[in-house]
Every structure is written in structure tokens, then in C-alpha cells.
Design a protein around this ligand. Sequence first.
Ligand code: BGC
Length: 741
Amino acid sequence: MTVRNLLSVLCLAAATAIPGLAQTSKANAAPDLKSMPWGNASLSPDQRADLVLKQLTLDEKIQLVHGIGWGPLREGDPVPADNNGGAGQVLGIPRLGIPSIQQADSAVGSRMAATQSRYATLLPSVLGAAASWDPDAAHLYGDVIGRELRAQGFNQSIGGGVDLARDPRNGRLFEYPGEDPVLAGTTVGHLIMGVQQNKIMGDIKHYAFNDQETGRTVVDVHLSHKAAHESDLLAFEIGINLGHPASVMCSYNKYEGDWTCENDWLLNHVLKDQWKFPGFVVSDWEATHSTVKAAKAGLDMQMPGEEYFGAPLKQAVQSGQVPQARLDDMVHRILRSLFASGNVDHPSTPRFVVDPFKGRDDAQHIAEESIVLLKNANNILPLSPSVRSIAVIGAHADVGIMSGGGSAQVDAPGGDAVHPGQPTAWGREVYFPSAPLKYIREHAPSAKVDFNDGTDPAAAAAFAKSADVAVVFADQYMSEGADSPTLSLPHHQDALIEAVSKANPRTVVVLITGNPVSMPWVDHVPGIMEAWYPGIAGGQSIADLLFGAVNPSGKLPITFPKSEADLPHAEIFGLARPKSDAGLPEHWVEQDKKVSFPADYNEGARFGYKWFDSEHKEPLFPFGHGLSYTTFAYSNLNADASSRTVTFTVCNTGGRAGTEIAEVYIQLPSAANENFRRLVAWKRVPLNPSESREVSLEVNSLFVSVWDDAADNWKLLPGDYTVSVGSSSRNLPLTTKATAQ
Ligand code: BGC
């Protein structure tokens, strides 16, 4: 925001009898709320919002539908006295006890803590949380975010990313819960519940089809309404139904020719009419493109800036171009969300120091459930504590663990562990001080455990040659604003792994990546673990799994393809466009905004495992795959169509206690025209050796419905449903049929 813009926000505040900026620092104090009619907490949030609405001047209404942002991000810009240092702020109405909305980016933990000398817990990737297939872990994930935001004086999280992994090269996949709409929507819905239980307004984003970063502000997505409902939108629908987020953030891209932030079909028709979403739609940062069109299409809040929803909106309301009732609806949605979140009755103020120990424990628990054991030939894992020598190689495993970047970047305690003291900067790798080397040493106190940085493959191979086992760490930095052009690991790490595994066949690879990567060395390496970005306790979690102190239980929430050629689109849309400025992410280049290009999602809802299954392609590792140090067997499948219940038995057939994620897939009757199965249910089943458990799961009818274009609604088809159960999308030992009338 420019100084000019900010000053006019301040003038607006003064003109509307808010007693000046000095007092906005008290905006959260809720003066005499109890004496005001809307202070009656027994009224519904909607009733309370309406009572406030009646008191508001036109200027105050306009003030509530836009805000300021980037604040401390853009050096030199002044900020209001009560600005809490987040990505956005909407000034409150102190005279009516309405607090400012203080918004914080918080995809994987609260962002920008360092600018206020705060601490924030770095959680594992959201993709990792999805890999736990554990709604309780997702809930805990949100709880960590919510309680830390609350302690820091924020009242809105603008995390909750649920864009599906149509393309495994998407730069923000670590912020999103994978490729399956049901798993992704369920994960993010529970995450939002965890956030909101802390009296923090939750959010779900980026609505919709922001499925690649390349040209994200100009790409125009084409996808049929039916396919949209059955894929990307379904993830949002599930997440919203479960989590009831205060807001939905519309995205940068276009859908069928219209920016999503002024897309009547997406905002008014689907979100508000069909899904009955009662909260507000906030634009992604600078994703608002108009006043009248956006307001009428269903956008409720421009963030940040006033270009469209400041004075121009006031004029549009005065001239009747935007009905007064529409402005009132925008304001009502914002106020009712503030009331529903508990923020008016219990305003957030920065009063507490977050508990870093609890945050770390919670992050570790989630990491332990999320790390996926991909391969374990000859039971090379778990490592024995009596191993004599371990060669630890690569990825700065001697000092820390990589994190994801962009607006999801959490500040590392002490700065970047690789460059101590170096503050966070956009697009620069940040390592957190959780060094795997240290924890590996703790597990094998009498072993010789040495480190080689892996930059010279030949030297690393010589270093690894005589060790009992080599553990190679390989990482991949991903950040908002750019995709990975390929599936390959960067920085010649494939060559490193090849060289080390040739020198020492007892090689284990630990991947710390934002995305699936290809593995040309897969057949030469007996052990492979995917740790995603594992968060503040990542080093310890990885070591605990390597040595079997924790038995791996995570499963892939995303397909690992062998190569780009197997994907629906071998190249990312727009990747080949000439760049006008090589130094910046291309979407930042102003002139790019004029150059739109299409992304034809002609694969429809058929991506990820649905694509690989229907195209009969062999993935590198399938969706739902993940090994344990014990084994499981499945038996006794029964499926009852009338109660939509699937029952089966899982038995631990190995020698260790472990948790199996049992997965249920259904292929719809032939009238659905789907040549793939859908994931419809799952359960984490903890089992001691030889223990069996009967599992009974009810299948949500939405997950087996098809979108009926003519009725513009979901429908259930009669006919034969093929029900399959097992340990991954490609390992389904039990199958039966259930016939629905
Ligand atoms: C991102 C959003 C983020 C916002 C505010 C945008 O660039 O796409 O996810 O919440 O910035 O930082």
C-alpha cells in the first residue's frame, strides 16, 4: 500500500468518528459491549451482526470491506498504531466494540513472527498432515496455529489452502493436502476446526483452481462445471461443510474467462447459493479487479487496498450501481463471522508468549504420523542401534531441516540454521535448527556417525563406501510464485544418490521435499523415506523413524509419477512463455498481467491416481502407499448399500506394534462413466502383533455422488458399486459389490 493510500484510509477513519489512529490501538478493547444490544451473547451471530449493521454509517461500512496489507513486509510503509504485523488488517469500529481484523498468513505456522520478535512453531507441510490420514492430527495442526495466533493478538488465520494437486510440480503443494478431494477436504476441514476453536477466524483458499503458480495471476482455467464439482470444488465443499471457516479467499487466476474474485458462478452461485456459505469472501492479495462487477459477483472484501472497495464502492452504492442491500450483505457476512468466532466478546490481544515446547511436541507428533516409508528392501530399516558406522550425507543434515517458502514461510528461531543470523527473505531457503545428524547420533551412541555435505558426489561416495550404512538426505526448496519445471531433484542430487548407492549398497534416502520427485535411482537404493518438510522437530522425527522408535504409518496423499511424460500435461501451462524479467517470479512482472493464457484441464476430474488408474500407467509409488516395520492382512469384507457401510478385518501379521491406514475405494456403476475408483473412506488402525480388529466405515453419500448438470445438483446412481479395500490405491486385496436401488 502506498503512503497516499494509507493516508486516505486514515482520513476515512477520522471522517467516520473513529477517534483517530492513536485510539485504534484500543480497538480491541470492546468498550461497554454488554450495554449494547449486540453485546447479548445469547443472540445468534446473524442477529448480532444485523443490530450492528443498523448503527453503521456508509463510510463505516466501506471501511469494513477493505483493508491494508503487506504492512511490515514493505519497508517504509506506515501502519496503524494497532497493526499487529500480519499480512492484512481491516480497521475495526471501536465506538461499537467491533475489533480490527488482524490477519496472519499461517499455512504451516504463523508467519512474520520475527518482525515482532515473536516465536512461531513450524509445523510439517500440510501435505504431510494429509499423509497422516488422521483427522485428529489435522485438528491438532489447526490448534497449534490457532492458539499461537491468539497468543500473538491475531484474530484471523488466512491459511487453509486446499487447491488440489492437479500438477505434482505446483510450487505450493506443501501448503495443500494432496490430490484427492475427499482426503484433502477432510484434512483441511479438521484443520480449520482446530484453528477456530481458539476464537480465531479460519479461512479456506485459494478458491478456486489455483493449481499452478506459473502465471497464476493471468492463467485462465477451463474445466467443465461437472468436473469442477467432482474435483477441486468438492475439496472446498467438504472443507467448508466440516470446518465452517469464517472466510473463503478467492484466487488470482481466472476461471472460464472471469477472475475468480469476480466470478458470479463461483462466488454467488456455487459458494453462496448452493453451499449456503454464510461467511465472507476475501480477495487474495491484490486479486481484486473491479468494483461493480466484483461486488455483484459476490466478493465481500478487497485485500489489501482501496482501489476498488474504497471510495469507488461508496460511489457505486450512492449511484445505485451496487445495491445498498449488497453492501449490507458484505458487511453482515464480515460482522457475523467476527461474532461467530467469539472475537467480539473475547478480543484477541498479544498477551501471551506462545509455548514453544508444546508446539514442538505437537509438530513432532504430526511429523511422526506423516513421514512415509516408501521402500524397505531386505528390511534395511529400521537401523539397529548397534550399527557400527553411519555415513550421513547431504541437505545440510548436520545443522537443520529445510522449510517451504513464500507466504507460508515461518521464521526460524535464530535465523537460517545454514546461515546463522540471516533473516527470512522471500524466495531464499530457510533451514530450521533440527539437525538429523544430532538425533541419529543419539540413537546410535556407540557408532561412528560422520557427515559429508554431498556437494561432490565422488567424494561422498568415497566417504560412504566403508560405512555400515549410508543415509543420504536430499531436499528440494519450493515456494509460492514458481513451480518446479520438472519432477527431478535439484542440485545434482540424483547423481549424488547414484554415486553413493553404487559405493555402498546399504543406502537409505531421506527426501525432504515439497513435492513428489522422480527417482532414477529407485532400483539401486533399498530404503527410501519421504519426510516432506517435517517441521521444527523434523530431525528428531526422522531419526526416530529410521531407528524404529516410531513405526512409520504415513501414506502418500499424492501419486509419485515416474516421469513428466506420464502426467495429464507433460509441461506446466505457460511455462514456455518468454519471461520479461528473469530476476523475479514472472507473475510479479506488471506487464504479464495483461497476457492471459489458457489452462485446459481436459483431464476433468481424472488426475492423480484416477489418471494413472484409468490410463493404465504404472506410477513410481501409488497414491495411498506407505510401508510399516510390521505387516498387515485384510479379510472379511462386507458392503451394505442401504446403510452405505463397509466392514472388514485388519490383522497385524508382523512382529511389531504398528498402525495401518486401511483404505476403501469405490468404483461407481457404469452409468457414471468413470473408469477409475474413488477414495471414499479410511481409518487409522493401531494393532499389536497378531491383533485383529473389525473396522466398520460409513461412506458419505456425497463421496459417491455424481454431478448432474441438468439438475445442477448431486445425484446418486442406482446400480452396482464395486467396493475395494486394502493398503493403497494399487494394493486392494478385497473386493465386493454392493447394489443400490
Ligand atoms: C498468497 C496468499 C497469501 C497472501 C497474503 C498471496 O500472495 O497467494 O496465499 O495469503 O499473499 O500474504
